[in-house]
Ligand binder design. Structure first.
Ligand code: HEM
Length: 334
């Protein structure tokens, strides 16, 4: 067994953003205002935009390791400097509001004091002065939150993914996408162009006002609980899907994970950039199956998913074993 996550506990289930409101999943411009706590069959999620949970130290260590091995996961095109500071300050403000272990104080005009006792940090910095931080602002921020983030610049009536730190991508590459337009980034996704989903999303995002904030979820299946399934590390995770499909069915419950991304879309107040936050939650099928409503819903969604969407999500090999496991061990009687 190569699962790299600790076994799930009740708290992981209680906070899991189960992504399926219906028995059928199709792409849509599924956005809603952020901040509301959403009940699920096992608890609730969504009260905070930035979530610190029991995986905090382990996931930050994982991000550190990935960045050390591949610095291209961090990108900040020169014109995005102001947006990077804006993003850092906005997220620090959120953290300070949500968690007693974090504090942000404005000392004078551009000078702030940031404390994060979870990591033993007490830092005074001056906005715009990179020498006042131990790392560039986006890297500094991403070393203290579990979320990946991309910053989009708005110019020439388009959005451009011009900065970010992405270490936990689900089968894409931020180093490849940086500098591309929002529409180009979504180029490979099937269906969404014919169905006008992505042009609607683009128009919606370009109209966001400073401070406005929305969220959506996305999902896929991942083997062995790996957070980093980016294009760059494909040789390290691609074959897991085959070993799962060829392996014993009993192991599927612990090896196959439902991966949910909670994505926030926030217009930053000073720079006008859009901040896209991606938070990844992983729960093995065995844990999903402990909630009968989730088990049946997951089964129905997977069974119904059209093959072009399954192919694009990279779950063509794993959904069959997932469905068989849910029938045999997941108390699903189809
Ligand atoms: C309302 C806003 C958005 C909508 C409706 C949307 C929709 C989608 C959908 C349907 C997919 C396919 C997911 C799958 O099959 O698993 C996708 C993929 C993706 N989205 Fe978005 N998205 C939105 C915002 C963003 C933003 C702001 C970014 C920032 C860069 C982004 C980056 C990506 C990337 C990198 C992929 C993977 C593309 C690939 O395979 O190369 N999305 N998006």
């Amino acid at each position: 067994m190569t699962t790299s996550r600790p076994a799930p506990v009740a708290e992981d289930l209680a906070r899991y953003p189960f992504p399926f409101p219906k028995d059928q999943y199709r792409y849509s411009t599924n956005v809603e205002p952020s901040g509301a706590s959403t009940p699920t069959a096992a608890g609730s999620w969504g009260g905070h935009r930035i979530v610190v949970d029991r995986h905090y130290h382990r996931e930050l260590a994982e991000r550190d390791r990935i960045l050390a091995a591949d610095p291209s996961r961090h990108q900040c095109l020169p014109h995005m400097e102001a947006a990077a500071w804006d993003a850092m300050l906005t997220v620090m403000g959120d953290l300070a509001q949500g968690y007693p272990e974090m504090e942000l104080d404005r000392l004078e005009h551009h000078t702030y004091r940031w404390r994060n006792t979870l990591l033993g940090i007490d830092q005074i910095f001056v906005i715009g002065d990179s020498a006042s931080l131990p790392a560039p602002p986006l890297l500094y921020l991403s070393s203290q939150i579990q979320e990946d983030l991309v910053l989009l610049d708005q110019r020439e009536s388009q959005l451009w993914g011009d900065a970010g730190v992405v270490t936990f991508a689900a089968d894409w590459s931020f180093g490849f996408d940086v500098g591309m337009s929002f529409l180009e980034i979504h180029g490979p996704v099937p269906r969404i162009h014919d169905e006008k989903i992505i042009t609607r999303a683009h128009n919606f995002l370009m109209r966001l006002e400073p401070g406005q904030s929305y969220r959506r979820t996305n999902w896929t299946l991942t083997v062995d609980g790996k957070l980093d399934t980016s294009t760059e590390t494909y040789p390290q995770w691609g074959r897991d899907r085959r070993t799962l499909a060829d392996g014993p069915l009993e192991e599927v419950g612990d090896r196959l994970f439902l991966r949910t991304e909670v994505q926030h879309l926030i217009r930053l107040p000073h720079s006008g950039a859009i901040m896209f936050l991606i938070r990844t939650y992983l729960l093995p099928f065995a844990a999903i199956a402990s909630v009968p409503e989730w088990s049946l819903r997951l089964y129905r969604v997977l069974e119904d998913l059209p093959s072009d969407m399954a192919d694009y999500k990279g779950i063509t090999r794993t959904r069959g074993p997932g469905l068989r496991w849910l029938r045999e061990f997941g108390a699903v009687a189809p």
